[in-house]
Structures are given as C-alpha cells and as structure tokens.
Design a protein around this ligand. Sequence first.
Ligand SMILES: [Mn+2]
Length: 272
Amino acid sequence: MKKYLLALGDLHVGSAYGLVHPKVPRHVGAGEEDVERVKLTKIQRYLWRCYNHMLNSPKLPEKIDVVVVNGDVIQGKRDPWEFRLSLERLDDQRDHAVAILKPLRERCERMYIVMGTRSHSLDIFDVEREIALALNAKYHYVFNIKILGKVFNFVHSRSHAYVYKTTPLSREISYNALMAEFKKVPRADVIVRSHIHSLVSVRIGRKLAVFLPCWQISSEYAATGRASWYGSQPDIGAILFEITEEPMPNGVKFGHIFDYDYPKIRLRVEEI
Ligand SMILES: [Mn+2]
C-alpha cells in the first residue's frame, strides 16, 4: 500500500511577489460592488504557471491522501518593508487563497492548514483560520499526523537560519528524540518546517527533517538584507512524500520534489 502527502507552504497570497488567482476579483473601493480583475505582475504570472504545472503534473497523483499547507497562506496587511501588495483587503486575500487551494482540496481526503507567522495573519482576526474553515481543513499551529505507522510533525516555525540552514533541522531531530523520551511530545519520523523559503533536508539515522520551499519570490527588502543577496534567494515549489508500510528510513520517500526556476526577468545581466 502507498499513500501520498503533499506538503507546501508560504504562498503569501496578496503579495506582489506571491500567488494571486487571476480570475478572482479584488475590491477597489469602499463598497462591495466596486471590484476589478487583478492584473498579475510578471512574477505572479510565472508563479501561477508553476503552480498549475504542479497541479497538472503526472507526478501529482489524482487522489492525494493528505495535503498540508504549512503556514503563511496569505501576505496579510501592508507593513513598512513589504511595501507592495496586490490585494490590500484581507477578505480578498482570503478569497484568493481559498480559490488557489480549492483544486488541491478537491483531490485530497484531508487537508491541514498550519498557523503561519502571526504578522501575516493575526491582527484581531485570524484569516488563516477562515481559509481553513472555508476549505473544510483542520487548523492548528502544530500537527502530528500518523500515516502507515510513520509520524509526521508539522510546524511553520520561525528561524533565522540564513547561514547554516541545516542546523535547525538537525537540532529538531535531536530534540524530538529527547522530548519523546521525556514523554513531552510524540515521537516523529518526519519533521517538516517552513518560514525560511528554502528547500533543505537533513536525514539522521531513521529520522528525516525538511524545510519546505515556497511560492513567493523574495522582495527587495528580503533579498538585500544581512549582506546575503545569494543566501536570500528562495526555492519555489512543494514536496510530495510517498509513504509505504516499510519502516523508516525507507518507508518515507520524496515521491517528487516540485522545484521551479525563477522567472527569467530575475536572471537579467547588463551587457555592455
Ligand atoms: Mn513566509
């Protein structure tokens, strides 16, 4: 028997650099009737093509057992550094996120949405929770999900792992072993984290830990900080886990890694 779990996250719906749905309108005035079709940025058009490439890929099974959206579904409100939003209103961000995730929801038995970074969703109202409700998905800040005997642990988490990205993952593997021994947490076979927008994996013995890629190109602010232009480039895509009855380490495989290049406009070189 084989089961499939698709893990994705950091969609940042509403950001000028993240996913928006080309067919869902946005409000432009104060009134409900004043709406318009969103004009996608070049980056958004590219991300939309990548996302649909994943949905239509023969590598993605028609029936997916579990889909986990590991936080930061929406970009949230405007802040001083993320200065460009395509969707200013949080209800527009909610509607776009629901429309974007709906094709996946229709193909999976269960969907889980993990609480993202609070600055993106929660003010006095948790939009991510509303998205989960609309999609009949479970919503929480942590999930431990057992599939064919293997326990997956999902947390969005926050980490400033900009230099050595494998360090937090190996630390989480060690702490899981320790805290499970102390009976404070369930033992985990696969630990999934997000937030750093990079595809990174660590395997120690029988345990596997991964950082998920994202669906947002870095903003000028994110890409120019920390004197680390090169270290700030995200990975675009998602991970499909293939789970069998075999024990770890062979019982969970990367069934397919959806890993997309950047749009060409980000690779321009001035030629003189
Ligand atoms: Mn994020």
